[in-house]
Structure formats: structure tokens, C-alpha cells
Design a protein around this ligand. Structure first.
Ligand SMILES: [Zn+2]
Length: 308
């Protein structure tokens, strides 16, 4: 009997519920400390969980045993609704921060893309040649839901007169194209659907984020919260909270604070193996207040000096 959606649905949800990283990201989102970048990382995990379940079932050389027309669109539909929920939580928090009575605009299910994947599978019954690409496309599909959520909600905020920025952060192993397109943009300049900022090649795990003039400060707070509460061990937190903060920094943080924040930040963005130049561009690409950027860049220099 051909493999149908109902056969894998439970397993997909189970795998996702047991995925520690996905749950950690979802916890941040539900706690109101997540940003769209958190949702983007979460979406990639959701897609990866779906891929891992399908991989378990994938016949070695043929997908003749899959009911493609049932399995693919419905699985992607479930993926879509899981990711939409995460986006709604992030966007509702943002709308509340901006004190705007705007409702969340739900991104549409991308049926064209879903059926494009069905067609591709149907045209490649031997499967083995396209398997890697197919599995990568699941995370890509999932992250696109987040990108679409940003675009549709940003356009509403824009019409309401709220200025906003789109921040694209390149993953550590990003290709030159992705590194070139990374940066902070005025939403007005990139609002077109076809703009490069919204484009993803296969296996692209870059995150796209969104900040408005009305919640920029809250956003920075959230990024800091993520780095601190999620990635600082208790011992470090003690250091951070008991170290006198009479440093030169106007945000009230001293060198020890940034020294302990830097490795957490690198872990957060999977930059632990990156070189100094890559780390500098990550720090500059993040929408941090200038003091925090400078503090982190100084911490990076100290770390380099210690290494000799
Ligand atoms: Zn990328």
C-alpha cells in the first residue's frame, strides 16, 4: 500500500516534539522573547523533522511506494500551519509592542511551490538523483512561510505609516551570494516579492528578520534576552549580574558582560567555527544598539589577543 499522509502525520509531530532545538526555539517564541529570526530558525527545524521522517520511509531507489499527490501537499500543509502559528505569536507580540490594533495577516499556503515539488518527484521516479535537493527543499519551503509572513505583515504596517527594516543574516557557511545579500534594508526598498532579500537557493539557512521603528528597542532587548537567558549558564549569569556595571558603556554593560555574551552569540548563530572577519560581519549585520555592537567587537579583539 502506498505511503500516505496519514501514515506519517503522527510521526512528524512526534519527531518535532522530541527535537530539543526546535522546542527550545518554540519556547522562546511562546515566551515572547522570539523574533522573526527565531521563527525562521524554528521553521528550518520543522522542515528538517519532516525530511527525517520521510527519509525513514524513503525506499532506496524508487518512490513508487509513495502516494505523492496525497503525501507531499498535505505534509507541507501541516508544516505550513505549524510555522504560521509561530509567526503569529511573533507578529502579535510585535503589533502589541508597536501599540497598533493590527491583526496578524496569515501567509498563504504556497500551492504552486508544493505542486512544483510533486511534479519534480513524479518526473524523477528513480528519486536517488534528486533526493538531497528534495529534502533540502522542505526546510526551504518552511522558511519561506516565515519570509512571506514578514512581507505580508510588513506591507500592512507600512500602509499604517510605520517605518520598518528587514534584516537578512547570512548563516556561517553561507555562499558568497548570500553573504552579499545579507544586511539591513529599509522595507520600502525591498518590498517587491522578487527582491533578492526574499530569495533562497537550495539549502540556504539564512534568517530574515523584521524590525519596526516602533519596536526597535524591544527587539534589541529580545535578541539580548535570547543570548542571555537561553545561552548563558548559571555561573555566567552570576558573573554578569554581580559584576559592577560602572563601565564606559551607556547600556550599562562592562567588558565581562560582552566577553561572556560573545561565545553565546556565536553558538546562537552557528558561528563557533567562523573566523574573525566572518564574526565581525555577523556582529555588524545584527540590529544591535551601537554600544552592544562595539562591546562585542571589543570582546572579539580581546579573544583574538588572548589566542595570540
Ligand atoms: Zn543563504
Amino acid at each position: 500500500m502506498a505511503l500516505k499522509y496519514e501514515d506519517i502525520k503522527g510521526l512528524f509531530l512526534d519527531t518535532l516534539a522530541k527535537d530539543a532545538k526546535a522546542q527550545e526555539l518554540l519556547t522562546m517564541i511562546d515566551a515572547g522573547t522570539g523574533t522573526y529570526a527565531t521563527a525562521s530558525a524554528y521553521a528550518a527545524r520543522v522542515g528538517d523533522c519532516l525530511a527525517s521522517v520521510l527519509k525513514e520511509y524513503a525506499p532506496g531507489t524508487s518512490i513508487a511506494e509513495w502516494d505523492i499527490e496525497d503525501l507531499i501537499p498535505k505534509s507541507l500543509g501541516l508544516d505550513h500551519s505549524i510555522v504560521v502559528n509561530a509567526c503569529q505569536t511573533v507578529q502579535d507580540t510585535m503589533n502589541a509592542d508597536a501599540s497598533l490594533g493590527i491583526e496578524f495577516i496569515e501567509p498563504q499556503f504556497d500551492a504552486d511551490r508544493a505542486y512544483g515539488m510533486v511534479t519534480e518527484l513524479r518526473n524523477n521516479p528513480e528519486f536517488v538523483n534528486i533526493a538531497d535537493t528534495f529534502y533540502d527543499q522542505l526546510a526551504n519551503f518552511s522558511q519561506n512561510v516565515v519570509d512571506d509572513s514578514i512581507r505580508s505583515n510588513a506591507s500592512v504596517m507600512n500602509r499604517a505609516g510605520v517605518e520598518s527594516k528587514v534584516v537578512r543574516v547570512a548563516e556561517f557557511r553561507a555562499c558568497p551570494w548570500c553573504r552579499a545579500v545579507a544586511g539591513t534594508y529599509d522595507y520600502d526598498d525591498v518590498s517587491e516579492k522578487g527582491n533578492d532579500v526574499w530569495r533562497r537557493h537550495e539549502n540556504c539557512r539564512c534568517t530574515i528578520d523584521y524590525i519596526t521603528e516602533r519596536n526597535g528597542a524591544r527587539y534589541v532587548e529580545r535578541v539580548n534576552n535570547q543570548v542571555n537567558t537561553q545561552f548563558v549558564e548559571p555561573a555566567d549569569q552570576v558573573v554578569a549580574s554581580t559584576t559592577p556595571s560602572r563601565s564606559a558603556s551607556s547600556t550599562g554593560h562592562d567588558a565581562a558582560y560582552y566577553d561572556s555574551m560573545l561565545p553565546r552569540l556565536l553558538e546562537r548563530y552557528n558561528f563557533t567555527d567562523a573566523n574573525d572577519q566572518q564574526i565581525r560581519s555577523l556582529i555588524r549585520g545584527l540590529p544591535l544598539v551601537a554600544e552592544d555592537s562595539k562591546g562585542l567587537l571589543r570582546a572579539l579583539r580581546r579573544r583574538t589577543n588572548v589566542k595570540g
